[in-house]
Design a protein around this ligand. Sequence first.
Ligand code: ZN
Length: 452
Amino acid sequence: MQSVDTVIEARWVVPVRPRQCVLEHCAVAIDAGRIIDVLPIGAARARYRPTQRYALEHHALLPGLINAHAHSAMSLFRGVADDLPLSRWLAERIWPLERAIVCADFVFDGTRLAAVEMLRAGITCCNDMYFYPEQAAQALRSVGLRAVVGILALDFPSRYAADADDYLRQGLAARDALMTDSLVHFTLAPHSPYAASDATLARVATLAEELDLPVHMHVHETAHEVEQSMQQHGCRPLQRLEGLGLVSERLVAVHATQLLDAEIQLLAQRGASVVHCPASNLKLASGIAPVNKLLNAGVGVAIGTDGAASNNRLDVLGEARLAALLAKGTAPDASALPDWQGLESATFLGAKALGLEARIGSIEVGKEADLTAVDLSAVETQPCYDPISQVLHSAGRENVTHVWVAGQAALVERAIAASIGGSLADEVLRAAAPWHNQVRQWLREPTIYAAK
Ligand SMILES: [Zn+2]
C-alpha cells in the first residue's frame, strides 16, 4: 500500500483528455498537489492508503472550470448598469464609477466576493483583468483559487496609475512580489486596441516575448470598435495588432464578435486563442462570436464570464451551455459545439489560452489536481444516460459540491473548506456592504461624488 494525500472516488470521471472519454467507477489519486493515478475504484483501494478519501457516488468529477476572462472586483458593480450598450455602459456608468470609487481595498473586497461565487460555481482558475492586480491575486488566493492576473498597459490615467509606464511598472512590481506563489500566474493586459497606443502595444509585444507571458485583451468586441479603428488607424483592430506583432500563440483575444473569415484564418494560423463571453456579449448587444467557424478552423475557444457588471453571473458552466446553444442556433446546425466540446472549452482550452495546458485543464497523471465535482443525483439531473450531456445541459452551478485546487480541498459538500475559512461567505458579504453603500450614494449623486 502506498500512502498518498487524497483519493477521490467518483461515479464518473470525465478527464477531457482524451476527448469525449467517460470513465465509470474510477478514482483519482493525488499526492503533493498532483494527480498520480487514475484507475478503477477497486484497484485504488488495493493500492493506495490516502490521508483523505472522498466517495462521490453520484457525481461527475471534472477538471476544474476555468474562467478565461473576468474583471472580478466588478462584482461590487453587479446590476448598476443594465440595459445599456457597451459605449454608454462604459462612458456613463463604469468609467465614472471606477474613477470615483475603485481603490486597492475595493479590488480586494470585490475580488473576494467574486472568488467565493466562482468557487461555489466550480471554477478553480480565474484569468482576471483589473486595476490593482496584486490585491486581486491576493483575494483570489485567499479563497483558494488559482489566480491569473493582468499586468495592465493602458494610455489613460486612473486612480491606480498615471500612464502606460506607470501601469507596467506597478504590474511588474506585483509580479515580483507574488512570484513565489506557484498558483499565481500573469498575463500582459493592454485592455483593448482602443485603450493603448501603438507604442504601448509594441512594448507589450516585446515584454510578452521577454517574460514569456500571454497577452490578454478585448479584441473586436463590437462593430463600433472596428469602425472607430478604421477611422483612426485606417485598418481593423486585428490588422493593427498583426502589424505590431501581437497576433501569435500568446494572444488571448476576448469577445471577437466581429470577425471576417480571413481574420479567423489568421487567428488559426498563428495559434491565437479566443475567449467567448456569450452572456456579456448578448447583454450589451455587442454581437455573437462565430464560435463554430473558429473551432472548425482550429482556433481554441475558451469560456469567460466577463465582469459581473455586464453579465451579471460568474458562472462558467452556465456560459458553456449558452455557448453551445448559441453555436447551434447561429450555425444553424444542431451538431455544432457538442457537449464534450463545451466542456473542453470550459476547461482544457481555457488552460491552453493561458499557456497552462501542461499543468491544468484535464485529469491526467502528472497534472496539478484542479478538480470539480458535480452531483447528478437530483431530480433535475436524473436519469443520467450521458454525464457530459448532464453536466452541460441539465446541471447548474448549484449542483457543484466539491472543488480542489492543486490537490487542496477548497469546497466540500458545498461548504467552503475550514482550512480556507468556514465563515468566509459571511465575511465577504460584510466587507462588500460599505462599498454597496458608496455605489448607491454615487448613483444618487454622481457629479457630487466624482468631484470629491
Ligand atoms: Zn471584459
